[in-house]
Design a protein around this ligand. Structure first.
Ligand SMILES: [Zn+2]
Length: 230
C-alpha cells in the first residue's frame, strides 16, 4: 500500500484533474481503502471550492480571488482557507480594503442621496431617466451588476474623498438611458436571448427601481429626445 503522505501530496493535483491517469488510479485505489485520506480528500474538495462560491457573493473580489488562487500554490491557498468560508470572507474583505483605499479609491454612493425623475419611453425604444445626487458632490463612475433573473443594476461610484462638481451638470446630474449598449452588456453575459426585465440604480441590497417590465411609461418629452439624440 502507498504511504498516506504521498497520497496527500497527490490529492490537490487529483482534485484539479491534472495528475496522470496512473496517479489518479493510485489515489482512487488508496482512497477506497484508507478512511483518513478519504476525509482529507473531502476536506480539500470543499475548501478548494470556496473561491468558486465567492463568485456569486461578490464578483469584484472573486476576480482577485481567482487570480490569487492561480498565483498561490494550492497548499498555501489551502492553509489560508483552513478556516473555511469565514477565512475566505475575511480574505475578500482584506482585498477590498486594500484596493478600496489604494488602487480603486472608489466608494458606492448610498441610495438615499440618489434622486430619479422623469422616467420616460423614447421613440427609439430607449428608456430615459434623470439621475441627480442630492448631496452636492460629483460622481465619477457608474458600474454594472446583473443577475440571471433579468435584474440590471447601475451602481454609482465616487472616490473616498468627494469633490464638488465644477459644472452644474455631469454624471452627478444628467439623463441616463437603458439602451442597446446596456442590453448588450447583459446579453454578453447571459446569452443572446436574455432580456433585462428590471433596471435599478444602486446595488442588489440597496437600490431604487427605475423601470420594470410591464411598467407604463410616459413618452419622452421633446427636450429629452433632443438632449439624448444620437
Ligand atoms: Zn491513507
Amino acid at each position: 500500500m502507498m504511504k498516506c503522505e504521498v497520497i496527500k501530496d497527490l490529492l490537490p493535483l487529483y482534485i484539479d484533474n491534472v495528475c496522470s491517469r496512473e496517479s489518479a488510479e493510485l489515489v482512487e485505489e488508496h482512497l477506497a481503502a484508507c478512511g483518513s485520506c478519504r476525509s482529507e480528500w473531502e476536506n480539500m474538495r470543499s475548501e478548494l471550492r470556496v473561491p468558486q462560491n465567492t463568485v456569486d457573493m461578490n464578483r469584484r473580489e472573486s476576480h482577485l480571488l481567482e487570480a490569487m488562487s492561480a498565483y498561490w500554490s494550492r497548499s498555501k491557498l489551502k492553509s489560508f482557507l483552513k478556516g473555511g468560508v469565514l477565512a475566505s470572507l475575511s480574505l475578500g474583505i482584506v482585498i477590498s480594503a486594500y484596493f478600496g483605499l489604494t488602487e480603486w479609491n472608489i466608494m458606492r454612493v448610498p441610495a438615499d442621496i440618489i434622486e430619479v425623475k422623469d422616467t420616460s419611453q423614447m421613440k427609439d425604444g430607449r428608456i430615459a431617466f434623470h439621475m441627480r445626487l442630492t448631496d452636492g458632490y460629483d460622481l465619477n463612475q457608474i458600474s454594472y451588476d446583473m443577475d440571471e433573473n433579468g435584474n440590471f443594476y447601475m451602481i454609482p461610484y465616487r472616490p473616498i474623498i468627494k469633490k464638488k462638481p465644477i459644472t452644474t451638470f455631469g454624471l452627478f446630474n444628467m439623463y441616463q438611458t437603458k439602451d442597446p449598449f446596456i442590453n448588450g452588456v447583459y446579453q454578453n453575459k447571459y446569452g443572446a436571448d436574455a432580456k433585462i426585465t428590471a433596471l435599478y440604480l444602486g446595488t442588489r441590497d440597496e437600490n431604487i427601481l427605475i423601470w420594470e417590465e410591464g411598467m407604463k411609461l410616459p413618452p419622452a418629452s421633446d427636450t429629452v429626445e433632443a438632449e439624448l439624440k444620437r
